[in-house]
Design a protein around this ligand. Structure first.
Ligand code: NI
Length: 216
């Protein structure tokens, strides 16, 4: 095995173990899809693919929803990266991308590098389209939410606090968040891939509401 393959394999094993008990949708399958999406977007672009792969694989290993002590999670990631034959710049680059992606407060430092833009797009892509539909209902089900509540208003501007309180349904989540992701894509390729997934969600919602309301 060459060194690069070895690094990716080791990282995969490490992440798999870390996320082994997550059922919130940030599971290993999600990580694998983000990794694949990232490689797809990075194709034909002049970038440090190893940084992209590492950041894609590690992006949820520092998530505040999954790890109570986030700074400890960063130290763990750093310790992993230190074992690899990569430069300090590369490992700092990975950490910077993780910080930019995971911070949900709204005032996060925008990701400045192409590598960061690609990983963020890859993560957002996995929240929309058919996978987005499946993940949203799986999550709602795990929280005991109804599929839809026609008496609940769609909230356009939410604070992080309101967002977390979760007085919402999967259907609301599309309007409150998922339908907005297409316009937040950073890269051309990401935007192109998001278009198709976005159109699929719109079609799904149209059909869902038609059936919900008993319309022909
Ligand atoms: Ni993610």
């Amino acid at each position: 095995m060459n060194q690069r393959v070895e690094i990716i394999e080791q990282t995969k094993g490490w992440v798999k173990e870390k996320l082994a008990h997550d059922y919130s949708g940030h599971d290993w399958d999600h990580i694998q899809r983000v990794h694949r999406n990232a490689l797809l977007i990075a194709k034909d672009v002049e970038v440090d693919v190893l940084v992209i792969e590492l950041a894609a694989l590690l992006h949820d290993a520092v998530d505040e929803k999954l790890f109570l002590d986030v700074e400890q999670a960063y130290r763990d990631v750093r310790a992993l990266l230190e074992q690899f034959a990569i430069t300090t710049e590369q490992s700092e680059h990975v950490i910077t991308i993780l910080r930019g992606i995971s911070f949900k407060g709204g005032q996060q430092p925008p990701l400045k590098t192409m590598e960061g833009h690609i990983v963020q797009d890859a993560d957002r892509l996995d929240a929309i389209g058919a996978i987005g539909v499946a993940r949203t209902f799986t999550y709602g089900g795990s929280k005991g939410h109804r599929m839809y509540d026609e008496e609940l208003a769609v909230r356009d501007h939410m604070t992080a606090e309101e967002y977390r309180k979760n007085e919402s349904t999967p259907i609301h989540h599309f309007y409150e968040k998922l339908l907005k992701l297409k316009d937040l894509m950073n890269t051309d390729k990401g935007r192109e891939l998001a278009e198709e997934r976005h159109a699929f969600m719109e079609q799904f919602l149209q059909q869902f509401l038609k059936e919900w309301n008993g319309l022909a």
